[in-house]
Design a protein around this ligand. Structure first.
Ligand SMILES: O=C(O)[C@@H](O)C(=O)COP(=O)(O)O
Ligand SMILES: [Zn+2]
Length: 213
């Protein structure tokens, strides 16, 4: 195993435990992956993000074939589709975090912008978020739906299921997943109150200043 792979396995253990310890994931919910030059590391199916073991983390090749570690997450299609359509993505994080999952169950949200731009940080870290229709967990259709986005969105809410985000590396993807969750919480806290969103000009300014963060 390369030093890069060993380091990435340990970083995944550390960051997943941090997510779990702070309540972003409970039980065996959620899955995380990160890209290597010769494949993808992925959390094993039915594993708890709080107690991963570095050497048991799954590895799949570019075609999704299981090549090492425990059996990979059933969401392998979802993760693969992000890497295929977003060449700069280095990691993908899927959670069932409470507030983003609550947003994913609302009927009256804009499917093309389901987490409105409340603060600069969500714009910089997450961008526009797509709401994808419900399919059962592990359904290959989820991969097809991500592919159909043609790389336009780095984050999505899977209806009645939870958020999924990609980032340039594992740390960025974890930060984006946390930012999405905190923004969903703010949106629900503000529900029913007259709320000022960032304006189109403010969004353009942010997108021009922090391109590719
Ligand atoms: O919701 C589900 O069942 C999956 O999307 C999930 O979060 C956990 O599945 P595994 O990664 O296969 O444990
Ligand atoms: Zn899930």
């Amino acid at each position: 195993m390369t030093e890069q792979e060993a380091d990435l396995r340990h970083q995944m253990v550390r960051l997943c435990k941090s997510l779990f310890d702070r309540g972003f994931s409970v039980g065996s919910a959620g899955n995380v992956s990160a890209k290597l030059p010769d494949g993808i590391l992925m959390t094993p199916t039915n594993s708890t993000l709080g107690s991963l073991e570095a050497e048991r983390i799954s590895k799949v090749d570019a075609s999704g074939k299981h090549v090492a570690g425990d059996r990979p997450s059933k969401e392998v299609f979802l993760h693969q589709a992000f890497y295929e359509t977003r060449p700069r993505a280095g990691a993908v994080v899927h959670l069932h975090s409470t507030w983003a999952t609550a947003m994913s169950c609302l009927v009256d949200i804009d499917p093309d912008d389901c987490i409105p731009p409340l603060t600069p940080y969500v714009v910089m870290r997450v961008g526009r978020v797509k709401l994808l229709p419900y399919v059962k967990p592990g359904d290959p259709k989820m991969g097809e739906m991500i592919r159909d986005l043609n790389g336009e969105f780095s984050a999505a809410l899977l209806a009645n299921h939870g958020p999924v985000v990609s980032g340039k590396d594992l740390f960025s993807a974890v930060c984006a997943a946390e930012e999405l969750e905190e923004t969903a919480k703010l949106l629900i806290a503000l529900e029913g109150r007259k709320t000022r969103l960032l304006t189109p000009d403010q969004l353009t300014e942010l997108n021009n200043t922090f391109k590719g963060l």
